[in-house]
Design a protein around this ligand. Structure first.
Ligand SMILES: [Fe+2]
Ligand SMILES: [Fe+2]
Length: 484
């Protein structure tokens, strides 16, 4: 096999990835139906669309596979015997379906050409039986037969497949990364929701959460980068996602800067909490940036002081709180001190505050929000460059661009070949910063292509180079999907 072939070898074959996508869709639709069954009567219109979608998805799956069966095993889901990888956008659906089926002692469902009526009967049975019935699975299947359901069978839990030793010790890193990200998000959501007193800042849990991300940052390579996780943007949950993204980016950046493990953990924690003061700001101010009055802007600016005040009492038991206080207090102070809050002491940003200020701006700019268009990653970096020296530490900005590449991980780019691709790994050699590894997303006709991984710095790729970043939304590309 020649070099070129190697470089083009797809990671997953097109049909397989199509199958997995449809399997995920089916699972998601089942989650929607089950969730709705708790809040609506089954005759309600809310069931129509997801039922039809499920019917369509199953029809597609059955056309190519003949049968579709998903099974649970511990916390994992298998589709026709293939493990479904977790993805951040479907993780909630997975967890929900798993817990709902487990409640009823159901280990899986097998579908072979059920009619839409049979699907709706299945839903009725599941809505009626909320806990494991006396006769177990047999009783549930008997109920289906009674209702003349055909093409659906409820299955027992899948026996644990023997896992090769290597795998058992090192479960897929990508899954662990998605899990660590989700855990950080859950943690932030939970702890920030009831943040009345500093005692409720569950430090031990926060440290554990951040430590997992730090550990992952030490395993960089193999086509994966922690920084890519930050391309996960959930528009409706901006504040929490932003805090986790800033934490992830700060750790990835800090690692490139050569910080030690314990320093990275400190930095990650400081970054995670940088905007915690926003939880004290009324929602109408927080979510409305188009016509804030001067007074409201002042309130908004106070998030730096609020955070510091909340954290202050914790110094007594944990000296390292100081770096978190400084980061929260100074992340809008600017490198030249011209920002806020105006302080008499501490007028120069600490190192962690300078790092956080950069990744904070980068994440905020590359997220679409009500009052702001989404900047493309290269535009955001260009702006950071422009403001280096005044607003941002110039040396750190340079290092950040080096760390992210001119085309940061998660950017959707147009190639000279006419294809579109997503950047998945930056080139560690600064001389080849413009030649990262990318995953091809569409072919020259802009039809979707199997996502093959290509190293643009490889000699076989000399005809392919990046022209510019493009707006992924314009092409309906979910870049996070390709990165993580
Ligand atoms: Fe902030
Ligand atoms: Fe922020």
């Amino acid at each position: 096999m020649g070099m070129a072939n190697l470089a083009f070898a797809p990671l997953t074959s097109g049909t397989e990835s199509h199958f997995l996508d449809s399997a995920r869709d089916a699972l998601h639709q089942i989650a929607v139906l089950l969730r709705n069954s708790y809040s609506h009567n089954l005759g309600n219109k809310v069931f129509e669309e997801p039922l039809e979608k499920l019917d369509e998805t199953l029809a597609q799956l059955l056309k190519s596979e003949g049968q579709f069966r998903f099974e649970l095993s511990e916390e994992e889901v298998f589709a026709n015997g293939v493990r479904l990888r977790m993805e951040i956008k479907t993780l909630h659906s997975y967890k929900y379906v798993i817990s709902e089926l487990k409640k009823r002692d159901i280990g899986g469902i097998s579908f072979s050409r059920p009619s839409i009526e049979s699907l709706s009967e299945l839903l009725e049975v599941l809505a009626k039986v909320r806990v494991a019935p006396e006769g177990g699975l047999g009783a549930l299947n008997a109920m289906l037969t009674e209702r003349k359901v055909s093409g659906i069978e409820l299955l027992p839990e899948r026996a644990l497949a023997p896992v090769p030793e290597d795998d058992a010790r090192a479960p897929d890193r990508r899954d662990r990364a998605v899990n660590a990200y989700q855990q950080a998000l859950d943690f932030i959501r939970d702890s920030m929701m009831n943040l009345d007193s500093p005692a409720q800042v569950n430090l031990r849990k926060a440290k554990r959460t951040v430590q997992k991300l730090v550990d992952l940052s030490y395993e960089e390579g193999n086509g994966f980068s922690l920084a890519g996780m930050a391309s996960i943007k959930e528009h409706d949950n901006y504040t929490f996602n932003h805090m986790v993204n800033v934490c992830v980016l700060a750790i990835a950046f800090g690692q490139r800067l050569g910080l030690r493990r314990h320093e990275l953990a400190q930095l990650g924690l400081s970054a995670l909490y940088h905007d915690m003061g926003k939880l004290h700001i009324p929602l109408n101010v927080l979510n409305n940036h188009t016509d804030l009055t001067e007074k409201e802007w002042a309130v908004m600016g106070n998030h730096t002081v609020f955070a510091a005040r909340t954290l202050f009492p914790l110094i007594e038991t944990d000296r390292s709180t100081v770096s978190r206080i400084l980061t929260a207090l100074q992340h809008h102070l600017r490198y030249d001190g011209s920002g806020y809050p105006k302080l008499r002491l501490l007028t120069r940003q600490s190192l962690y505050a300078r790092i956080t200020a950069i990744v904070d701006t980068f994440d905020a700019m590359t997220t679409k929000r009500l009052y702001q268009r989404q900047y493309l990653p290269d535009e955001a970096l260009a702006l950071l460059y422009k403001l280096a020296g005044g607003r941002y530490d110039p040396i750190l900005v340079k290092a950040f661009v080096n760390c992210m590449g001119i085309y940061p991980i998660g950017s959707t780019v147009s190639l000279s070949s006419g294809e579109l691709a997503v950047v998945v790994e930056s080139n560690p050699n600064p001389d080849y910063i413009h030649q990262p590894k990318v995953r091809i997303v569409t072919d020259i006709h802009q039809d979707s292509a199997p996502p093959s991984l290509i190293d643009l710095a490889h000699p076989s790729q000399s005809k392919r180079h990046i022209l510019h970043c493009v707006d992924p939304e314009k092409y309906a590309i979910n870049s996070a999907h390709y990165v993580c």
